[in-house]
Design a protein around this ligand. Structure first.
Ligand SMILES: Cc1cc2nc3c(=O)[nH]c(=O)nc-3n(C[C@H](O)[C@H](O)[C@H](O)COP(=O)(O)O)c2cc1C
Length: 382
């Protein structure tokens, strides 16, 4: 077992339970929850887990290699860290911890526009390997500046988010004062007092801020003003007219995240987008939506030769990565799994979680006789 692996937490569920005990309730529920009645959240995982693999045991030797090449870069495993907003609220320095871990483990870390570390800081930590996820800014100057900063910091891939045209309806966040505009109440403070390690570390590291956005933000905003600033700064509904100039500006690869329909897939292809992440934001936006696994099954057949297809939402283990690759995805991402790891184990959590998923995935490959990650579709029960 690798050094970074903590034997007390051999599953994402162990990490989730531990994270729940260490994070204030409002922060844990922000991370953990879906939208409305959590139907889409639950379906994401259960539909992945309905996928079955066939083992081929009678072989003289099986040499497993997790390495996977994507956009010309060879990563040590076929998964990466999905972009998550407000990470420092869930655990102090979470984006830095995950970016360091991803660099060491040679996996892609995707930085969210609205997380609590800056484009420049993560660019340095990842030595130009992290990807940048852009929330579409309402103002052209902000858009161009963010793109230029990401390019100067060496990010090879720009991820455009398409699945947040509106704020998701999330009952827990509404109850906890985390809907827009955010509002802290006495209950939030009581929840903080019950989590002294989180409180102390937050005090030591300072209040988390939207660090990449500081250059565009008036100083000293209260929570209400911050909500208004965010509303005015971003324009979540993406379309072809908004994507075209970004395609022209950005010299690296562009990935569209949140694709779940043929109509959007066709547009992505015609716009010269390099890859898509089939995603439903981890079940946080459309409770009546399809699981990403079902969307993958139908879209992959039609478009796999035309564009690089990746998937996220619902994966919680190495076998889940295996099932998703077997269903046609070329690469996978996970959001909550890595954040549970950091919430549970702090600075050790990123590497532990990556080692855990790699170890599980390697075991599946050894078991079924799959030597390369691109061979997984040959082991799918159809
Ligand atoms: C708390 C939270 C915040 C998120 N913030 C962002 C974000 O800022 N940008 C983005 O593109 N996706 C965001 N996502 C979606 C993730 O990138 C990813 O699609 C999702 O977490 C995948 O599902 P999983 O958590 O089941 O792995 C967020 C997800 C969660 C859970």
């Amino acid at each position: 077992m690798a050094q970074a692996f903590n034997l007390k937490y051999p599953s994402i569920d162990d990490l989730r339970k531990k994270a729940k005990r260490k994070m204030p309730k409002f922060a844990f529920e922000y991370l953990d929850g879906g939208c409305n009645d959590d139907i889409n959240l639950k379906k994401n995982t259960s539909d992945i887990r309905a996928v079955e693999l066939i083992p081929n045991y009678l072989k003289s030797k099986v040499q497993v290699d997790l390495k996977t090449t994507l956009f010309g870069e060879t990563y040590d495993a076929p998964f990466g860290v999905a972009p998550i907003g407000l990470q420092g609220l869930m655990w102090p320095k979470a984006p830095e911890i995950l970016a360091h871990a991803a660099k060491k483990q040679n996996l892609p870390f995707v930085l969210s526009t609205v997380t609590t570390s800056s484009i420049e800081k993560i660019g340095k930590i990842s030595e130009g390997k992290a990807w940048f996820q852009l929330y579409h800014p309402a103002k052209k100057e902000v858009r161009d500046d963010l793109i230029e900063r990401a390019s100067n910091a060496g990010y090879p891939v720009l991820v455009l988010l398409s699945d947040v045209p509106t704020f998701g309806f999330r009952p827990r966040d509404i109850r906890n004062g985390l809907a827009m505009p955010p509002k802290m109440s006495i209950y939030n403070f009581i929840q903080i007092l019950k989590r002294p390690e989180w409180a102390l570390k937050t005090l030591m590291n300072g209040q988390p801020q939207f660090e990449s956005l500081l250059p565009y933000m008036p100083k000293g905003l209260n929570l209400n003003q911050l909500g208004k600033f965010m509303d005015a700064t971003f324009d979540g509904r993406l379309n072809e007219e908004k994507i075209k100039p970004i395609r022209d500006l950005w010299k690296g690869k562009i990935v569209l995240k949140g694709v779940a329909s043929s109509a959007d897939m066709e547009k992505a292809i015609s716009l010269g987008i390099d890859g898509v992440i089939i995603s439903n934001h981890g079940g946080r936006q459309l409770d009546a939506g399809q699981s990403t696994l079902h969307a993958l099954q139908s879209l992959n057949k039609k478009y796999e030769d035309k564009i690089t297809i990746m998937m996220d939402s619902g994966l919680r283990s190495g076998p889940d990565v295996a099932r998703t690759l077997a269903s046609g995805a070329k690469f996978t991402f996970m959001g909550r799994s890595f954040m549970y790891g950091v919430g549970a184990l702090g600075s050790q959590g990123g590497e532990h979680t990556m080692e855990l998923i790699k170890t599980e995935l390697r075991q599946v490959m050894d078991q079924i006789g799959c030597e390369k990650t691109s061979d997984f579709p040959n082991f799918l029960v159809k």
